[in-house]
Design a protein around this ligand. Structure first.
Ligand SMILES: *[C@@H]1O[C@H](CO)[C@@H](O)[C@H](O)[C@H]1NC(C)=O
Ligand SMILES: *[C@@H]1O[C@H](CO)[C@@H](O)[C@H](O)[C@H]1NC(C)=O
Ligand SMILES: *[C@@H]1O[C@H](CO)[C@@H](O)[C@H](O)[C@H]1NC(C)=O
Length: 188
């Protein structure tokens, strides 16, 4: 009796937890407190950060700067003649929509040559994909960063996420493991 009432509750809790985990995109303020500036050590800022598809880069800068995304060939020499995108609003938010390398420079060539440039590598191993393959097959898990269908089989998705993130997530994963075992016992 009690078991049958508990089962759907457990299922709902599982689904909510797995959705909360798979939807956890991060917004990174580029350069941290110093922002997107010529004085910011952007190389140190990227150290130790792992950017995932679905995350957002937020560039905040004064009116003497701008943000341009450029192709890799234009990055080293700070060639701004053909940017992929350009913004000078002072508050530019750039969603990371695909795995691979992305290249940003300040539109002021002197600033760019002075080091105001940023290269980030966007990974797609949220769902335990082995490599951030730039060419995605249709239907591959990575091609849809946050599908609600992930809740179909949360226990296969969640542990890999817990593995790559911090301790607080691991606690959730342990909890999910407990819930899954409980559901299995309850259903027998
Ligand atoms: C910059 O790029 C443009 C086209 O993308 C090219 O025509 C030009 O030669 C490049 N300039 C330099 C200095 O490499
Ligand atoms: C800057 O952009 C972010 C994201 O678009 C937004 O949340 C924030 O309120 C903006 N800040 C200002 C000062 O406009
Ligand atoms: C993510 O994929 C990259 C490239 O394959 C790999 O170097 C990195 O170790 C992976 N990270 C995790 C946590 O699996």
């Amino acid at each position: 009796m009690a078991r049958q009432q508990l089962l759907p509750v457990c299922a709902v809790v599982l689904v909510i937890f797995s959705l909360a985990l798979t939807c956890s995109a991060s917004t990174y303020v580029v350069g941290g407190n110093s922002g997107w500036d010529i004085s910011t050590d952007l190389d140190s800022w990227t150290l130790g950060k792992r950017f995932l598809v679905g995350d957002v880069l937020l560039f905040q800068y004064s009116s003497s700067h701008s943000v341009m995304e450029v192709v890799p060939q234009d990055f080293d020499g700070c060639n701004m003649s053909n940017p992929i995108s350009s913004s000078s609003t002072g508050n530019t938010s750039i969603p990371l929509t695909a795995p691979g390398d992305k290249f940003f420079v300040c539109g002021n060539k002197l600033h760019c040559l002075g080091g105001m440039k940023l290269q980030v590598t966007v990974d797609d191993n949220r769902s335990a994909a082995p490599a951030p393959a730039p060419a995605m097959e249709p239907g591959a898990p990575g091609s849809h960063p946050r599908p609600s269908t992930k809740s179909d089989n949360p226990s296969s998705v969640v542990p890999s996420i817990g593995f790559v993130h911090d301790g607080s997530v691991s606690v959730v994963v342990v909890f999910l493991g407990f819930m899954a075992s409980f559901m299995w016992i309850a259903s027998v």
